[in-house]
Design a protein around this ligand. Structure first.
Ligand code: GTP
Length: 593
């Protein structure tokens, strides 16, 4: 597997793994935060239900005077009861609103319990109103105890509400088991407040009628006192479990001082009088004013216990959120670092490697690539920089060596051309002609082509030299070569054979075509005056000797040349400026030029 692919694969896997771990951590933290928030919300709802219990319990206070009212009825007592009923209804409404729409089992169960309690309360209120509407003599008739039944109904309401408190706070305790102590303590305090109220309720009717305590009250009071003492111990136990915050300690001390140290001895005195038939020494209103206010210390303790639990739960929610934020932050940081490392390795190692590999491949293919002498990679001081510099040096060395090689090739080609070329006319020289002619003749032999050889020599050239100077003779030779070159076709080999003699080999040229070619050459030379270096035009002529072999005949260059030379000699001898053929026997073809 290629390194880049392997790197991409491992980085991708690593990224996926870290992302998965990060998501899992966030998901788990999120669940903890959600659970903590749910627990806190359950705790708040438990508190709302406790408030319902408190308000419904408090409603008994003004109900008893109404039930024991004499004729004519006191409207103030009824108004006071009505005001308490409104307060209870508001507490019910608030708790029911908080519970409505929730789908967890605890909330559904609490909602059902509260709805049941509200129905029971409505029934108890109907009973209170019905009994209160009866004549006083009937209500207060000894042994009737008609006023007791509606109050018992109201007691039952509180039992139902407290069951709801238990359900709801159990939901919070499930999330915060370590907060069970203060939560249970708060529940006990709510219960204590209820039993303290019930204890007081035992006296309001006897005090209102001035009668001693009945059998029922005498049986109920010790039971209530026992339950109250039991709850007192339980609360103390719950509150003192673990660290007890200062506000909680103060609330316990206040309850002990106000209710247990002052209110309960007062109740014991009243009980003693009620049993022995002594006068109570106060009416029911004075009793309420004396007994009820210290009970607020129990409610205060309940609130302090609940506040301790709530503060602790709020701290836990905040801690869970902080943990989630830290985990998410750390995870994101790891992701960012990994991405940065990935990009750094890719940018600083892999890409320079790829570029260097491409450059090396280009060097091997012989492509020209401009070395990036000033690139950022070249300026680096690390190993990649060393590698890039080495690759660039190699590129430069290779290019230098290529340039030298090309120069050498060019030089060789120039030398070869110079060695093949006649320096004066630029035509092939005799040596090169011999080499190339040998190849052409071999080709002609293979294919059985006819071959013609024309040798021509400038007429009276010595005279030109003598009359116009050697440079003029050179110029005439150059001009003659140029004129001859103009008549030659592709595949025909023209050369300066030496001195003022030229030679032309035509392969695949039949004898008649060869004759026409020689004649065309002769005519061209004879009809185009040559410009001497001093500007003087000069008419020149040349004599031609032609030799050939027919198609599929054996052919040798030397023999052909000898025959052509003989024909040339004949042309010279016959007066020059003419073409003579070697075979068949030379015949004059001369036409006046
Ligand atoms: N300017 C010049 N003259 C050359 C060159 N090569 C040979 N010659 C001269 O060419 C002349 C040849 O003269 P000859 O062989 O007598 O022939 P010719 O004068 O042309 O007379 P015919 O061939 O019989 O017509 C000599 O004077 C050579 O010096 C050359 O490269 N340049």
């Amino acid at each position: 597997m290629r390194l880049t692919r392997l790197f991409l694969l491992t980085t991708g896997l690593l990224l996926a793994l870290v992302s998965a771990l990060l998501l899992r951590s966030i998901w788990m933290d999120g669940r903890q935060v959600a659970a903590a928030e749910l627990g806190l919300a359950a705790m708040e709802r438990a508190y709302l239900v406790m408030k319902v219990a408190e308000k419904a319990s408090a409603e008994r206070g003004p109900a008893i005077p109404v039930l024991n009212d004499t004729e004519p009825a006191d409207p103030a007592k009824r108004e006071r009861l009505q005001a308490f009923r409104h307060t209870t209804d508001a507490a019910f409404d608030e708790a029911l609103t908080a519970l409505t729409g929730l789908s967890d089992a605890a909330s559904l169960s609490t909602l059902a319990q509260l709805q049941k309690a509200r129905r029971e309360l409505a029934h108890a209120r109907v009973e209170v109103d019905r009994v209160a509407a009866l004549p006083h003599a009937r209500r207060s008739a000894p042994g009737q105890r008609l006023t007791r039944a509606p109050i018992d109904l109201m007691f039952a309401v509180i039992d139902t509400v407290l069951a709801g408190v238990t359900t709801q706070s159990a939901a919070a305790e499930a999330v915060y088991p370590e907060l069970a102590m203060p939560l249970v303590g708060a529940r006990y305090a709510a219960e204590l407040r209820e039993y303290a109220g019930r204890l007081g309720s035992q006296f309001t009717a006897p005090l209102a009628t001035g009668q001693p305590l009945g059998r029922e009250e005498q049986r109920e009071i010790p039971l209530l006192l026992g339950r109250i003492e039991q709850l007192r111990k339980l609360i103390e136990l719950q509150a003192r479990a673990g660290h007890t915050p200062a506000p909680l300690q103060a609330a316990i001390a206040a309850m002990e001082a106000q209710y247990f140290a002052a209110d309960l001895p007062f109740i014991e005195q009243l009980t003693e009088r009620g049993i022995t038939g002594q006068p109570y020494g106060l009416d029911s209103a004075a009793f309420v004013a004396r007994y009820v206010p210290p009970m607020k210390s129990i409610v205060a303790l309940r609130d302090a216990l609940f506040a301790a639990a709530r503060d602790s739960a709020t701290e836990r929610v905040a801690a869970a959120r902080l943990r989630m934020a830290i985990n998410a932050g750390l995870g994101l940081a790891v992701l960012c670092i990994e991405l940065t490392v990935f990009l750094l390795i890719r940018h600083r190692v892999l890409l320079p490697l790829l570029r260097s590999t491409r450059a090396m491949n280009a060097v091997m293919r012989g492509e020209h690539i401009q070395p990036a002498a000033n690139s950022a990679t070249m300026l680096r001081t690390d190993e990649i920089g060393d590698m890039a510099r080495a690759v660039t040096a190699l590129q430069e060395a290779t290019q230098r060596s290529r340039a030298l090689e090309a120069e050498r090739e060019q030089l060789i080609a120039q030398l070869r051309q110079a060695s093949d070329t006649d320096f004066l006319t630029g035509l092939l020289n005799r040596r090169a002609f011999s080499e190339q002619a040998a190849r052409l003749l071999a080709q002609a032999r293979r294919h059985g082509w006819p071959v013609a050889l024309i040798v021509f020599d400038m007429d009276h050239f010595k005279r030109i030299n003598d009359e116009h100077g050697h440079p003029a003779g050179d110029a005439v030779l150059c001009a003659a070569a140029e004129i001859a070159r103009g008549q030659v076709r592709q595949g025909e080999l023209l050369a300066r054979h030496g001195g003022e003699e030229f030679i032309l080999l035509a392969v695949g040229c039949r004898p008649d075509e060869a004759r026409q070619l020689a004649e065309r050459l002769r005519l061209a030379l004879a009809t185009q005056p040559v410009q001497l270096p001093d500007g003087t035009p000069l008419q020149i002529t040349a004599s031609f000797g032609l030799a050939w072999v027919e198609a599929r005949q054996p052919v040798e260059l030397d023999e052909l040349y000898r025959n052509a030379d003989r024909a040339l000699y004949a042309a010279k001898s016959d007066g020059r400026n003419q073409v003579r053929c070697a075979d068949p026997p030379p015949q004059p073809l001369r036409e006046a030029g």
